[in-house]
Design a protein around this ligand. Sequence first.
Ligand SMILES: *[C@@H]1O[C@H](CO)[C@@H](O)[C@H](O)[C@H]1NC(C)=O
Ligand SMILES: *[C@@H]1O[C@H](CO)[C@@H](O)[C@H](O)[C@H]1NC(C)=O
Ligand SMILES: *[C@@H]1O[C@H](CO)[C@@H](O)[C@H](O)[C@H]1NC(C)=O
Ligand SMILES: *[C@@H]1O[C@H](CO)[C@@H](O)[C@H](O)[C@H]1NC(C)=O
Ligand SMILES: *[C@@H]1O[C@H](CO)[C@@H](O)[C@H](O)[C@H]1NC(C)=O
Ligand SMILES: *[C@@H]1O[C@H](CO)[C@@H](O)[C@H](O)[C@H]1NC(C)=O
Ligand SMILES: *[C@@H]1O[C@H](CO)[C@@H](O)[C@H](O)[C@H]1NC(C)=O
Ligand SMILES: [Cu+2]
Length: 226
Amino acid sequence: MGLQSTFLAAFLLLTCIACSYPHLAMAKHAGTGITRHYTFEIRMRNVTRLCKTKSIITVNGKFPGPRIIAREGDRLVIKVVNHVSNNISIHWHGIRQLRSGWADGPAYITQCPIQTGQSYVYNFTITGQRGTLWYHAHVSWIRATLYGPIIILPTRNTSYPFVKPYKEVPIIFGEWWKADTEAVINQALQTGAGPNNSDAYTINGLPGPLYNCSSPNETFRLRSTL
Ligand SMILES: *[C@@H]1O[C@H](CO)[C@@H](O)[C@H](O)[C@H]1NC(C)=O
Ligand SMILES: *[C@@H]1O[C@H](CO)[C@@H](O)[C@H](O)[C@H]1NC(C)=O
Ligand SMILES: *[C@@H]1O[C@H](CO)[C@@H](O)[C@H](O)[C@H]1NC(C)=O
Ligand SMILES: *[C@@H]1O[C@H](CO)[C@@H](O)[C@H](O)[C@H]1NC(C)=O
Ligand SMILES: *[C@@H]1O[C@H](CO)[C@@H](O)[C@H](O)[C@H]1NC(C)=O
Ligand SMILES: *[C@@H]1O[C@H](CO)[C@@H](O)[C@H](O)[C@H]1NC(C)=O
Ligand SMILES: *[C@@H]1O[C@H](CO)[C@@H](O)[C@H](O)[C@H]1NC(C)=O
Ligand SMILES: [Cu+2]
C-alpha cells in the first residue's frame, strides 16, 4: 500500500465522522468564534526509527507535528516559516475553505510554495465542521514526515452526538521509509515504476512492536488506565 492510498484510507475514515452528521453543518455559528494563532517553524530534525537515524522535515522539531486545537466557528491564523532547503506548503486536510481558497495549501494550485527563508500566513475560519482532521505538507512527498492533527471541538455548550468517550486520543496513520522519501518519489517518477514500499506502517509516527529493531521506547503503545 503506497503513501497515497494509506492517506486516502485515513481520509475516508476521518471524513466519515463529519459526513455522518450532515445536520450538524447547520448548527454553525460563523463569526462567533475567537482567533487562534499558531507559528509553524519548518525545521530539519534527526529522528531514529527501525535502528536508523535520518534527517526529516518537521514542524517546530516535532514529529508528528503539533496539535492544532480550535472550536467550530474559530479563525485560525497560522504563520508558516520555512527554514529548510525544500519548498513547502501545507494543506489543512478536509477543512472547507469558504471564501479563503488561497489558504487551502496545494502548491502550484492555490499558492506558490513557500521558498527557503520565506513565510506565509494561512488565515481561515472553521465553519460547520467538527471532529478530527489533519494537516500535511503539499509539495512532493514532504507530507511523509510533515503532518499533524487538527482537533475541532464543538461550540461551547454543544456536545458531540454520542456519549462522552472515556478517553480521546488522536491517532494518525503513516508510513516510514528508512530511505530519503524525496529520493523514493524522484526515483519512481524517473523510472515510471511504483515507488518503493515503506519499511513500516506507523501510528502517531511510531512503528508497532513487530518490526525488526523496534526498540520499546520507539513503538506505539496506547495504555488504558481502566
Ligand atoms: C543530524 O545528524 C547529522 C550527523 O550527525 C548532523 O551533521 C546534523 O547536523 C544533524 N541535524 C540536525 C538537524 O540536528
Ligand atoms: C521552489 O519554488 C520555486 C517557485 O515556484 C521554483 O522556481 C523552484 O524550482 C522550486 N524549487 C524546487 C527545488 O522545487
Ligand atoms: C485574517 O483574515 C481576516 C478576514 O479577512 C482579517 O480581518 C485579518 O486581518 C487577517 N489576519 C491576518 C493576521 O492576516
Ligand atoms: C454555557 O452554559 C453555562 C451553564 O449553563 C452558562 O453559564 C454559559 O453562559 C454558557 N456559555 C455559552 C457560551 O453559551
Ligand atoms: C528502491 O528499492 C530498490 C530495490 O531494493 C533499491 O535498489 C533502491 O535503492 C531503492 N530506492 C531508494 C530511493 O531507496
Ligand atoms: C527480521 O530480520 C530477520 C533476519 O534478518 C528476518 O529473517 C526477518 O524476516 C525480519 N523480520 C521482519 C518483520 O522484517
Ligand atoms: C529511546 O531510548 C534511547 C536510549 O535511551 C534514546 O537514545 C532515544 O532517543 C529514545 N527514543 C525516543 C523516541 O524517545
Ligand atoms: Cu491533504
